[in-house]
Design a protein around this ligand. Sequence first.
Ligand SMILES: [Zn+2]
Length: 291
Amino acid sequence: MAQDSLHRYLFDGVSVRGELVQLSDTYQQLTSGKEYPAPVKKMLGELLVATSLLTATLKFEGSITVQIQGDGPVSLLVINGNHDQVMRGTARWQDELPESASLHDLVGKGQMVITIEPEKGERYQGIVGLEGETLEACLEDYFARSEQLKTRLWLRTGEFEGSAKAAGMLLQVLPGDENKEDDFDHLAQLTDTVKNEELFSLDAQDVLYRLYHQENVNVYEPKNVTFKCSCSRERSASAIAAIDRQEVEKMVAETGDIKLHCDYCGADYEFDSVDISAIFNQTGPSTGTVH
Ligand SMILES: [Zn+2]
């Protein structure tokens, strides 16, 4: 199968749009940073697929963060993806987790926060309670409330020929045709028949042909999906520069250096007293020029 990619498609004469995403490397790289227990890894995979499907609908440059917070043993799951389908994410958990735990066993009582951040313009945040049994149901609930468009999602994770796979699909009624429920329900029933093995092993065109061979499907140019963290030493330095200088110097005096850890990719950035004075002398208030 080709690289990790996302396909968007439309049906001739039916006001429904679709998306199909198939991930292998992105999922493996995203989950290789920590020793995730199996059920957490599975949920991160589902959330990764969901975020990819959501970011594909962005009509501007920017990013979407989907965050699940709760009072259960898994307190946080978060995935961030941008208009270029560059993804990153992480999870926090405690205790031993049962292999076959449900969403509610893992997260407990909680909520899903979806933050849409355009590079230019105001950010939008939507919050839904985790009332659905599955992540799919919770997201369908979000779409019903926020966009008032009938939407179905299919999120799958598993293994194929020894490698971890995550894949999924989305169907949504096009705005203005909300009364075409029969067409939508028919396509959703066809999509329900998709097998994990098909999603994990077949090319997108073949998956779509198997599901919808009686329909005319127009598929857009696919987009590659990749894992990459946007953290850097420079960004960490500007985060330090934003803290009070005396506070920072006190911390360095106590511990010898300042360590910043990126939760998304596991990278560590260390700054000793020389680095710290360089940061503040570059960015601190000007005290006059010395010639
Ligand atoms: Zn990072």
